[in-house]
Design a protein around this ligand. Structure first.
Ligand code: HEM
Length: 179
């Protein structure tokens, strides 16, 4: 079992991070859209707390991912055309940015709205901004970008499937740890 990434392979650390993050990311977007529509009540309160905890989890994985990228860089993308090379990198770049901007804007939004951000019952993140209506509104606008991430994920998955089905290369297989 190889921990590090190779020239044409993903090691177990990157693969585990990718699939756990993917599961969390998709879950967070769906949960975020669903809980927003709920009327005020205990279910909404509980789901907001869960959304924050999972969001902190994704943020911690993103920090680990950035550290791991320095230790063990990802294999180069297998691109057929220049357009697909740029598109693939752009889509992954947007996902990277989203995994930083969405948790941070959520943190700012909660704190500026006068609410703490806790990771389950384990710890509470420090308050990064005090209560402030204007900052809250801006952070809310930024956080709403999250809704559009379903489209970006769709493009990302379509790219992975095109490589697997049309080009029959190792793009998807190496992320699954197969040869
Ligand atoms: C079922 C859903 C998914 C599939 C099938 C999938 C598939 C893949 C594949 C095959 C690669 C490797 C691409 C390459 O080597 O060039 C990859 C990389 C990547 N994926 Fe996904 N992915 C999925 C969901 C997601 C989600 C939801 C995210 C958002 C967090 C995400 C973020 C990334 C990132 C950032 C990379 C770049 C490599 C890395 O840093 O780990 N993926 N994905």
């Amino acid at each position: 079992m190889e921990l590090k990434n190779g020239e044409n392979s993903y090691g177990v650390i990157s693969r585990a991070n990718h699939w756990i993050s993917a599961f969390l990311f998709i879950g967070l977007v769906i949960l975020g859209i669903y809980m927003h529509e709920l009327d005020k009540g205990p279910e909404k309160t509980e789901l907001y707390a869960l959304h924050k905890s999972l969001g902190i989890g994704l943020f911690m994985l993103m920090i680990l991912r950035l550290v791991w990228l320095k230790v063990s860089p990802n294999p180069e993308q297998l691109s057929k055309t220049k357009f697909e090379h740029i598109l693939g990198h752009a889509v992954k770049g947007i996902l990277y940015l989203a995994m930083l901007i969405l948790p941070i804007s959520g943190w700012v939004m909660s704190n500026s709205g006068g609410h703490p951000v806790a990771f389950f019952d384990l710890f509470t993140l420090p308050t990064i901004v005090g209560e402030n209506h204007d900052i809250h509104e801006i952070a809310e606008e930024v956080h709403e970008i999250g809704k559009w991430m379903l489209l970006i994920i769709l493009l990302h998955v379509a790219g992975a499937l095109k490589h697997h089905i049309v080009y029959k290369d190792s793009t998807l297989l190496r992320m699954l740890g197969r040869k």
